[in-house]
Design a protein around this ligand. Structure first.
Ligand code: DAS
Length: 326
């Protein structure tokens, strides 16, 4: 079999980070360039050809529209290149779930795109970066990896973009999935999938947004007032995602305020701040003009609504249908 040809797009994060000491707690993300990382990978004896491209070298808390646009262009170019068999994106773990979901919705599903990060800097005791990278190579090179959307490899688990979230701040086992947990298990030498690809041959679901519509995200807590909620809405806001308590609940005054916005045409989506939440439509949603998020986390719901608004799909029924099919 010929060697898989893999494009590696590097953005930084802890997988490219160094502490300067094997035991220090603080460290700087994005210290190792793609050439150095691929040099370390070549010492692992992996039988693949890599083409590296440094898109950024930052902590993923700083990733946003500008770097997303560059990264998306590079990923699409690699997917369209017949000489490339798959794409690996190295990324910080803090926002990998958002980039994964955005790309999952805006890239075709016919070539594997695998994101990977690390929880421990490259020079820490028990550093996980190289192992995670070797696992990502195993996944991206697998004949069954395409048709599952964007995948994220963390530790020995493979997650789908819709499901993954960072669930812990300090552990090499920091990620979890919901409603599905991991969809595969991987080691540098072996890969097992739990189920067949479900998106084979699928085109990108949405065009890449330009410009990005403004969508607010309001985090609900005990005691939040309608005034505090209103401060997050500007004249340009086209939709609001409410990270509600429990099953997408909020204080009555906030609900009345948002129902007023919905009456005036604003898209209002009830999501939940609970880690594993399923927010179904309630009878009151019809009356109030709200949309129920189903299983998506608030930040991913925000991206989905932005994609829909940017594609001219501002209709409430269409947006609810989109959440229902996720
Ligand atoms: N600051 C984090 C980030 O870049 C660290 C990490 O990668 O885990 O997302």
């Amino acid at each position: 079999m010929t060697q898989p040809r893999i494009t590696v797009l590097a953005t930084g994060g802890t997988i490219a980070g160094k502490a300067g000491s094997a035991t220090r707690h603080d460290y700087r993300p994005g210290q190792i360039g793609i050439d150095e990382l691929l040099g370390q990978v070549s010492a692992l004896g992996i039988d693949s050809q890599f083409r590296g491209q440094q898109i950024a070298n930052i902590g993923s808390e700083d990733i946003g529209e500008q770097i997303w646009a560059q990264l998306h262009r590079a990923a699409l170019a690699a997917i369209n290149d017949p000489a490339c068999n798959g794409v690996i994106i190295t990324h910080g773990t803090d926002t990998v779930e958002e980039t994964a979901f955005l790309f999952d919705q805006t890239l075709p599903a016919d070539k594997p795109v695998v994101m990977v990060g690390a929880m421990r800097p490259a020079d820490a005791v028990g550093s996980d970066g190289l192992r995670n990278f070797a696992n990502a190579v195993q996944v991206v090179s697998d004949g069954d990896a395409a048709g599952r959307g964007v995948l994220v490899v963390m530790g020995d688990k493979v997650f789908a973009a819709r499901d993954i979230r960072k669930a812990r701040t300090a552990s090499a086992d920091a990620f979890a999935g919901y409603p599905r947990d991991e969809i595969g298990l991987v080691r540098p030498s072996k890969l097992e999938w739990f189920g067949a690809p479900w998106r084979s041959g699928e085109e990108a679901r949405f065009a890449y947004p330009d410009p990005w519509p403004e969508v607010a995200l309001i985090y609900i807590y005990a005691g939040i007032t309608a005034d505090v909620a209103a401060r997050q809405i500007t004249g340009k806001t086209r939709a609001v995602i409410v990270a509600g308590v429990g099953e997408g609940n909020m204080p009555e005054a906030v609900r009345d305020y948002l129902a007023g916005l919905a009456k005036a045409g604003m898209i209002v989506v009830r999501a939940s701040r609970v880690e594993e939440a399923l927010v179904d439509r309630a009878p009151s949603d019809d009356e109030l003009g709200f949309i129920a998020v189903r299983a998506l986390r608030p930040a991913k719901a925000r991206i989905l609504v932005q994609l829909m608004l940017a594609s001219g799909k501002a209709d409430r029924v269409a947006i609810q249908a989109e959440f229902d099919r996720r």
